[in-house]
Design a protein around this ligand. Structure first.
Ligand SMILES: Cc1ncc(COP(=O)(O)O)c(C=O)c1O
Length: 439
């Protein structure tokens, strides 16, 4: 049995000074205690009690090359010797923006920010300024950061939704995600079921001339890693383009994870704007918005403000350039490795479910997948995702921790280029033991 005594003591101490004891609210959910890390290297993280884990949390996604990846750290360190941030322009910004326009198929131009939340805020602002309209369509089960402009209570199946036939009052009832958020901030947000072409078309017809943007994760990574149904993203693209609506694909998770061109490159869909973050910086704080020149022109001509003291700082640009450079090496060998290992894991986990007679579903694409316990045979929309046994999964996650594997409590697994055969095999052995005890 692992002990977590020092993590528990650190948590108690932290709570005396750091409100809530964790730096991002979600982290408090971890059982048996929010872990305190001591150090990490590659695919392995070590906590303050000396326990070591194969890490599939990967800091909620960014660590695509694993922890403390030497070649990236060296480039960041070298950049830091010349100054960390200037509030002036520097060549790293040009190089990174140019690289984004080369690898992201939808990008004529790009801008740089610090977090996914900021990137989404800017994309929504560009869409409203460009169209002169105010309403935004977003979807159940998607997460686009915690800004007032888009954050709803993390959607659940029973929350009020704006179906195609919903009245204006119900649309306005999209609930804020947190106390302290003005209800007015979501007045223009319409919430729809995802992967439902009819609901989307009906809402677009009902609100003809009012919608500025449709924002969507291209794969519903935040709720079940659910793939778009065949033709759904294509329909979303056509239906928005024909109505002059800006299509924003939020690729904060999928960008640089599903390939250099993100999900839109992989699926061959060209959104008007794309938001990227997480894997782009390999763990350093950087994000971006990229897209069509006409939209970006609003920043160029001063119509839309885009601000941020640390935007484009030398650490961020060096980290992103180095991370993307590593991912691009040898024709994307890192992606081939990650996909092979993710596939070994998902095949192995499915076999173990069969062996132990446990019903479950694993949805995934490339090096990200969602593992859930459910009586459903397929989970391809938010309603069926909500039928999973999340308490059982949380118990599984807690026991996996005890067996030396760190997985997120909600079921989303990330695989990095640092994971190899040894880690995958150790993970499957641990899962075998844990699943055996769960029946
Ligand atoms: C799809 C998506 N968009 C935006 C965000 C917000 O990014 P950040 O946490 O960097 O602000 C997230 C974070 O998980 C995300 O998954």
């Amino acid at each position: 049995m692992s002990t977590y005594e020092l993590s528990r003591a650190s948590y108690d101490l932290s709570k005396r000074y750091l409100a809530g004891g964790v730096a991002s609210s979600l982290r408090a959910a971890m059982k048996p205690v929010p872990l305190f890390a001591e150090s990490a290297q590659g695919a392995i993280v070590r906590d303050v009690d000396g326990n070591e884990y194969v890490d599939y949390l990967l800091a909620y996604g960014p660590l695509i090359l694993g922890h403390a990846y030497g070649p990236v750290n060296e480039k960041v360190y070298a950049a830091m010797q010349c100054g960390i941030t200037f509030g002036l322009q520097h060549k790293g910004e040009i190089e990174l923006a140019k690289l984004l326009t080369e690898v992201l198929p939808c990008a004529d131009k790009a801008v740089l920010s610090g977090s996914g939340t900021e990137a989404v805020m800017l994309a929504l602002r560009l869409a409203r300024a460009y169209t002169g309209r105010s309403k935004i369509i977003r979807f159940h089960g998607h997460y686009h950061g915690w800004s007032d402009s888009i954050y709803t209570s993390f959607p659940s199946a029973d929350m009020p939704s704006a179906s195609a036939s919903a009245s204006a009052e119900r649309e306005h009832a999209v609930p804020p995600g947190t106390a302290g958020q003005s209800e007015l901030s979501l007045r223009d947000v319409i919430l729809l079921p995802w992967n439902d072409a009819a609901a989307l078309e009906a809402a677009l017809d009902e609100h003809e001339g009012e919608i500025a943007a449709v924002i969507s994760e291209p794969v519903m990574c935040n709720s079940g890693c659910i793939l778009p149904r065949p033709g759904y993203l294509e329909l979303m693209r056509e239906a928005t383009a024909s109505r002059g609506i800006v299509l924003i694909l939020d690729e904060v998770i999928t960008g640089f994870r599903l390939g250099l061109g993100g999900a839109h490159g992989r699926f061959g869909i060209k959104p008007d704007l794309v938001t990227v973050g997480k894997a782009m910086g390999g763990g350093f704080a950087v994000s971006g918005v990229a897209g069509r020149a006409e939209l970006m022109a609003l920043i160029e001509n001063g119509t839309v403000s885009h601000l941020g003291t640390l935007n484009g700082n030398c650490v961020a640009t060096a980290a992103a350039l180095a991370t993307i450079g590593e991912l691009a090496k040898d024709d994307g060998a890192a992606y081939v490795k990650m996909e092979k290992n993710a596939s070994k894991l998902t095949v192995g986990l499915r076999e173990l479910l069969g062996k132990h007679g446990i019903r479950g579903v694993i949805n995934g694409i490339g090096p990200v997948f969602h593992f859930m316990f459910t009586e459903q045979s397929v989970v391809e929309d938010f309603a069926s995702f909500n039928l999973r046994d999340s308490a059982k999964y949380a118990l599984f996650a807690e026991r996996m921790l005890d067996a030396g594997v760190l997985v997120r409590t909600n079921g989303l697994w990330y695989v990095s280029a640092a994971h190899g055969d040894a880690e995958i095999e150790a993970t499957l052995r641990a899962a075998d033991r844990v699943l055996g005890g769960l029946q």
